[in-house]
Design a protein. Structure first.
Length: 332
């Protein structure tokens, strides 16, 4: 692909239309666990059921259900959402990334914002063959007009690992070669693969995109009863899944035993989720699950006691807070 780079919003000759969609926002509190910001975006294409926005664009139907109090009569299923106008920005949710060569970092660009999607963790070893990478972002949902740009940094030698260069803007950029590609997001649940000759390096990604979606912020807290001088450590995984994700999930938290986190007793501690925001189709049947699979290690002198916390928490417009407690540990 030809083209020169002209700043962070330019990827391999691709230029996006960057018209900012008009948003009506209602803030919904999901107890102490989940916050949701429901956005109703305006579409450029005509929509017989929608009203006109102030800038002349056509709004999506009001029954998208911005507030639980309105008794939103939104679409009965995601299939109805797919029938809505497809023009304009689409909210992108990354579900899976895999590669058969050592990746340092992956940045995503939607024409207005660049955000980190994946970063290699210090001490992490990528095995040979096609390996699933755990995305850590984006920190804010990307909204692409027609294509998403990916900037992929990879290692060629062991010397590259952990090496960075200082940019003029003050940021740090991984040292080593990069691949710049653009992927169309208009096709639902599309899996793309990129092969770099002659090394046959392949990167595959699965994503979902929606014209009307809920950006949901997830917060998971651990409650530990006071156990005196005994210390607590936590490792494991937390995932989010929804019907529209089909058989895939978004990894919100992933930590192995060798990098477990320590927490004090007698307090509620918030887990560092990355990403902490996910995209869900805007529907009257808004529902998703948080799958918790954590192990709590309690240490007393030289003795360690492991306790597994494994369960699913369901959230809807009506169920706004969930909590599970096992002996002296709880998840909210």
């Amino acid at each position: 692909m030809a083209g020169k780079e002209e700043g962070p919003n330019f990827v391999s000759g691709l230029s996006w239309q960057t018209k900012e969609p008009k948003l009506e926002e209602a803030f919904v509190r999901f107890g102490k666990v989940v916050d949701a910001r429901i956005t109703k975006g305006c579409e450029d294409a005509a929509n017989e059921d929608g009203g006109r926005c102030e800038d002349g664009a056509t709004a999506l139907p009001d029954d998208c259900g911005d507030d639980p109090k309105d008794g939103g009569s939104g679409p009965e299923s995601s299939a109805d959402i797919d029938d809505w106008p497809q023009a304009g920005h689409r909210v992108v949710q990354f579900l899976a990334i895999s590669a058969n060569f050592p990746i340092c970092a992956i940045n995503g660009y939607d024409g207005e914002h660049g955000r980190c999607i994946y970063a290699h963790s210090e001490g992490e070893v990528q095995e040979d063959g096609m390996v699933d990478l755990v995305p850590i972002g984006p920190s804010e949902i990307l909204m692409a007009y027609g294509a998403i740009g990916l900037e992929i940094f990879y290692y060629t030698t062991a010397y590259d690992e952990g090496q960075f260069v200082q940019e003029d803007e003050g940021g740090l950029r991984p040292l080593g070669p990069r691949i710049i590609v653009q992927w169309d997001v208009n096709d639902e649940d599309k899996i793309e693969a990129y092969t770099r000759e002659p090394y046959i390096q392949t990167l595959a990604s699965s994503l979902r995109s929606h014209t009307c979606a809920v950006q949901t912020s997830v917060e998971v807290g651990l409650k530990f009863k006071d156990v005196g001088s005994r210390s607590r450590a936590v490792y494991g995984k937390i995932k989010a899944n929804a019907i529209d994700y089909r058989n895939k999930s978004v990894h919100l938290f992933s930590c192995d035993r060798g990098r477990c986190l320590s927490f004090p007793s007698g307090t509620t501690s918030i887990l560092p989720l990355s990403p902490s925001k996910i995209a869900l189709p805007c529907s009257r049947l808004l529902k998703f699950h948080i799958e918790v699979d954590l192990t709590v290690i309690t240490t007393c002198e030289s003795h360690e006691d492991d306790k597994n916390l494994k369960f699913s928490l369901e959230f809807t417009r009506g169920i706004t807070s969930q909590e599970r407690e096992v002996d002296d540990a709880g998840v909210e």
